[in-house]
Design a binder for this molecule. Structure first.
Ligand code: FAD
Length: 423
């Protein structure tokens, strides 16, 4: 039975839940399916609900025109959660990553073979991913409130009471806030969010080229900001790349509005001809970029996840990958608790989660901030340093291993996972 709740139904009754997830985009939808699979594994009934403001069959801000790179380690985790089979046919494998600094000598390349892998990661289109995840939620026991918005949150020692925009009332013992950078849960709980502006926006678009990409992803640092091209599935026999072009805000606005031919010519000038000639560009979209970070993504019976806990610059394609490592730790932390029938919202559960995730979150955020600031700067010692760094990486393959492990999300895995990843 599809337990989707009629969004128009107005009920004064309160539905009791174990876990409520506010926000049903990449983080919330993945987490809901992960929790449902954990409940099946433990043979424990678990009342889970997802509350999402937008219908993914119409226009959904989390499942939009973006394509994202899912790192090899994340694909491994999605397989373990039973979610990757839903998405596998949507993925385009990244077999090589080429990193260069425009106008300078520095460049390096990573390829899957060096690490005895089939791919370094997979590129997926979020709009299609959203449809698959929502269809799986619809076929599960998860209660879906969509379109419905969390309006009011009331908290007591035993749990939360949620009032939705359709008047529906829910109560839960654990609240998972996956409601994005402008989290209404965070606003209502008055929790701290640290924000840093990079002064950049990303222009994204699909680009058709006259040359097959052969699984290559490119990252190019330019004097204005970084530019990434990810391999996508062909369309009408034409090779396609997904572009993320970070530029100062006014420059991004100007570039987005350029006529097609001029846009392609300026992109070609910024990127060069390594990926062939750019022959067409699809609809262009623009995202302002900032770094936001909750130093303490926990509060009374509440965990903050995904963009609500941290929003990263897309330079290294780490936003969802870091969020997924958070989700996996939530599931690992909850497993023994739910197995014993204990309280999932208890303070020690939240503290155990926070302690397990603090280091990886901090380090990933620091690395990305360093990359964005270090590579968008023309101060000569920095230019020399970063080019030397890229050169040393290309001359000395063993040094690439830690960099690649981080890019692929393998630094979190245990030795057993590393051993079994290629099986
Ligand atoms: C240009 C770009 C490229 C990127 N590339 C990559 C990449 O290559 N690899 C990677 O790993 N990551 C990448 N990312 C990051 C990745 O897209 C995000 O990390 C991920 O999509 C975040 O998902 P989320 O579910 O946490 O948040 P969001 O997508 O922000 O979703 C929040 C959801 O909450 C809902 N919501 C908000 N308030 C309420 C409310 N009151 N009630 C109910 N629902 C509510 C919203 O409708 C929304 O659906 C990229 C990001 C950008 C901008």
């Amino acid at each position: 039975m599809n337990p989707q709740v009629d969004a128009q139904a107005v009920s004064q009754e309160c539905t009791e839940l174990d876990i409520a997830i506010v926000g049903g985009a990449m983080a919330g939808a993945t987490l809901a399916l992960g929790l449902a699979s954990l409940a099946r594994k433990l043979s424990r009934p678990l009342k889970i609900a997802v509350i999402e403001a937008f219908d993914p069959a119409k226009q959904h801000p989390g499942f939009d025109a973006r394509s994202i790179a899912i790192a090899n380690g994340s694909v491994f985790e999605l397989k373990r959660l039973g979610i990757w089979p839903l998405l596998a046919d949507l993925g385009t494998a990244i077999t090589d990553i080429h990193v260069s600094d425009r106008g300078h000598f520095g460049m390096t390349e990573l390829n899957a073979e060096q690490f005895a892998l089939d791919s370094l990661g997979q590129v997926v289109e979020l709009e299609r991913v959203g449809q698959r995840l929502f269809s799986a939620i619809g076929n599960s026991d998860i209660q879906l409130y969509c379109p419905a918005r969390l309006e009011k949150l009331q908290t007591s020692a035993a749990g939360h009471s949620l009032t939705l925009s359709n008047g529906q009332r829910l109560s839960c013992r654990l609240l998972l806030a996956a409601d994005g950078v402008n989290s209404s849960v965070r606003a209502q709980q008055q929790q701290v969010l640290q924000q840093f502006e990079f002064g950049q926006s990303a222009v994204i678009a699909n680009i058709a080229t006259d040359k097959p990409h052969n699984g290559m992803a490119w990252e190019r640092f330019t004097e204005h900001g970084p530019l990434a091209l990810l391999p996508m599935g062909d369309s009408d026999g034409q090779a396609r790349l997904s572009l993320v072009w970070a530029l100062p805000h006014e420059e991004a606005e100007r570039v987005q509005a350029l006529p097609q031919a001029e846009f392609l010519q300026q992109l070609q000038q910024a990127f060069g001809y390594r990926a062939g000639r750019f022959v067409a560009v699809g609809e262009r979209h623009r995202y302002p970029l900032s770094l936001s970070y909750m130093p303490r993504p926990i509060y009374h019976r509440t965990l903050y996840l995904g963009n609500a806990a941290q929003t990263l610059h897309p330079i290294a394609g780490q936003g969802f990958n870091l969020g997924l490592r958070d989700l996996v730790t939530v599931l690992e932390t909850l497993e023994p608790v739910l197995a014993e029938g204990a309280d999932p919202g208890a303070a020690q559960v939240l503290h155990a989660y926070h302690a397990a995730r603090e280091q990886d979150r901090r380090q990933t955020i620091n690395n990305i901030e360093f990359l964005v600031r270090g590579f968008s700067n023309n101060y000569w010692p920095l230019v020399a340093g970063r080019n030397l760094g890229l050169r040393i990486l290309s001359w000395c393959p063993p040094l690439k291993t830690p960099v690649a492990h981080r890019a692929m999300g393998w630094h979190r895995q245990s030795a057993a996972c590393l051993f079994s990843r290629s099986q």
